[in-house]
Design a protein around this ligand. Sequence first.
Ligand code: 5RP
Length: 234
Amino acid sequence: MTLNPQTQAELKRAVGRKAAALVRDGMLVGLGTGSTATFFIEHLIERVREGLRITAVSSSLRSADQARQGGIKVLDMNEVTSIDLTVDGADEIDPQDHMIKGGGGALLREKIVASSSHQVIIIVDESKLVPVLGTFGLPIEILPFGYQATIHKLAKLGYEGSLRMANQQPFITDNGHYIFDIHSPKTFSNPSQDHNRMIALAGVIETGFFFDLPIQVLVGYYDGSVAFRRSQHG
Ligand code: 5RP
């Protein structure tokens, strides 16, 4: 189902609000990146203004800026070793809770933040729930040094895509790297195998596949309801 942008934004806002309501006093909160995470941060700011006491770490400079401007204390990630709760979006989630992330180009920091968290709530509208990963494409973070050679090695393994651009220049991540968006193959039936093949290449910093995280998926359904998706494997 294709959602019109306004409906999709309403669902994203609704899951963002619901996730912000789940944050408790005293928590160290990991802030995700993207339009859904932006709604979460907006509602978290409201709660902080109403008296909620939390600190945060961020998966991107832009989410950190938004939170600080709203009065949330954002620590440097190097000041912490573990995070109570991270809330982030996703581009696709399959029934096994495997995800593709990185549409906003923040996948490396998002993975570090999520994998350092005791609890991760992924906030999505229903369109992000897919039977098999791949239609969205797979963002991977690559080193600028030798990037053409890295792309060539990926192509030899059967992965084709395009370098992400911004204002006619390569998009640069917060870590100073490039993003290569893989468009072919269009389905990943064994994502961990694909992840292992790509990550083994010198020059590939991280892939947008996310597995084995303590996630709960909070979904904004097409009928307007917001609820946790029941895990289909536990
Ligand atoms: C950013 C991400 C985002 O979480 C993902 O792209 C979802 O974005 P949105 O909430 O805007 O649909 O991984 O790197």
